[in-house]
Design a protein around this ligand. Structure first.
Ligand code: FES
Length: 425
């Protein structure tokens, strides 16, 4: 969690302090009956007993009941965080459907800019051609499947490192080397396979859904609506826009399921006082509020007054937006940082932090260095927490836990949403 700083650069739209549960309010007839009973070790409903990990994803889904009200609800079973079959289902029904953030507009600002990445087994390249058009393709050569481009930078074309087939930035096959004598071959049939691509604010998104027709241009309004729903305007009004300058990227490979990192982000600041001693003194944790939207939750918190006259990286108020399934936007003071939690395996993820700063601060190297160092300290503390949780989830001692109802509502919303998306046939 990147608890940040505070002064918004523009007057923020007030974030309602009340939480509207109606959008996913459970039906009352499926409530847990909770009574104070003593149980022996042998009667505990271990996750490993309830869902064997043998691919019974339906049973794993049934082990979480989103209709139970938050004060009575159990958290998802540990199999959600450990089972390879469940992990595969998440790609099929979540990451390979809908818009996913893959980068930021600064990376493809100029003609011939490109960057590459990977989402599950989808290798992709995003690029802007000489005329300024934005494209995304499967980053796979049509000859013998070599990965075509690597890293990021500028290219006028993509030449395959294997046998030299060359593609334009619009995806067309420009040159197929040494194919004299080939029959029934039309270069136009062997262009790069396109992906839907769009931008919203500073972010670039792709949609790898095979059932979605490839569109030449998708407007940011359409993407904003699909991706952020009614939270789109609130985020725009609170300084999530293109006015900030990109500063740097940090990557953390964490030995935990990607949802462990998200859960840690979504606990309403619960862990801050216990796990982030340095940070907690800079925040007024009793000012924490949470607001839930369709696929977005927004947590906000005021900062404690700075003790010195040094510029405070947190400013006066911070906003932490979680965009389902795996993208987090933190806006505080002159800073914005984003956290993209990429699933690498059932018990491994990579979290990519990108930092953006108000242009007026770009020359203040001491401030930037100090801010990044403070942020890094918090991240390393979170890495330790998340890896500890993963070990606990994999142990036979744990099945499901409980929510702290007054603060972990965003986490519950995440789990309910995930359940709904995974069940969607
Ligand atoms: S695999 Fe790309 S040219 Fe052969």
């Amino acid at each position: 969690m990147s608890f940040g700083v505070a002064l918004f650069l523009r007057s923020p739209e007030p974030i309602p302090k009340t939480l509207n549960w109606r959008s996913y309010s459970p039906s009352p007839n499926r409530r847990l009956q909770i009574s104070p009973v003593y149980v022996s070790y042998s009667t505990l409903p271990f996750a490993k007993d309830r869902a064997s990990g043998a691919g019974d994803v339906r049973r794993m889904l049934e082990d979480f009941d989103p209709t139970i009200p938050l004060p009575e609800a159990l958290t998802p079973p540990s199999s959600w965080y450990t089972d390879p079959s469940f992990f595969a289902l998440e790609f099929e029904r979540v990451f390979f459907r809908g818009w996913q953030v893959v980068g930021y507009i600064e990376q493809v600002k100029s003609p011939n800019d490109f960057f590459t990445g990977r989402l599950g087994n989808v290798e992709f390249v995003v690029c802007r051609d000489a005329s300024g058009e934005l494209y995304a393709f499967h980053n796979v050569c049509r000859h013998h499947a070599s990965i075509l481009a690597s890293g990021s930078g500028q290219r006028s074309c993509f030449e395959c490192p294997y046998h030299g087939w060359t593609y334009g930035l619009d995806g067309q096959l420009l040159r197929a080397t040494r194919i004299t004598g080939i029959k029934n071959f039309n270069k136009n049939d062997f262009g790069l396979l396109p992906l839907n691509v769009a931008s919203w604010g500073p972010f670039v998104l792709i949609n790898v859904d095979k059932n979605m027709p490839i569109k030449q241009k998708v407007s940011s309004d359409v993407v904003g609506n699909d991706w952020l729903g009614s939270a789109s305007q609130i985020l725009s009004a609170n300084g999530i826009d293109t006015s900030l300058e990109y500063v740097c990227r940090r990557k953390y490979t964490i030995e935990c399921n990607w949802k462990v990192f998200c859960d840690n982000y979504l606990d309403g600041g619960y862990h801050v006082v216990y796990a982030h001693g340095g940070l907690s003194s800079g925040l007024k944790l009793d000012s924490y509020t949470t607001r839930i939207y369709e696929k977005v939750s927004i947590q906000s918190c005021e900062s404690a007054p700075a003790e010195s006259n040094d510029l405070d990286r947190l400013g006066s108020k911070a906003l932490y937006a979680f965009v389902y399934p795996n993208f987090m936007i933190n806006r505080y003071g002159p800073w914005m940082d984003t956290n993209l939690a990429l699933p690498l395996g059932p018990n491994k993820c990579q979290v990519i932090f990108d930092y953006f700063l108000d242009s007026s601060m770009l020359n203040d190297e001491e401030f930037i260095e100090r801010s990044l160092k403070e942020s890094e300290t918090v991240q390393m503390e979170d890495v330790t927490l998340c890896e500890g949780v993963q070990k606990g989830l994999e142990s036979p001692a744990y099945c499901s836990g409980r929510y702290a109802p007054s603060i972990e509502m965003a986490m519950h919303h995440f789990h309910c949403l995930h359940h709904a998306c995974l069940r969607d046939e």
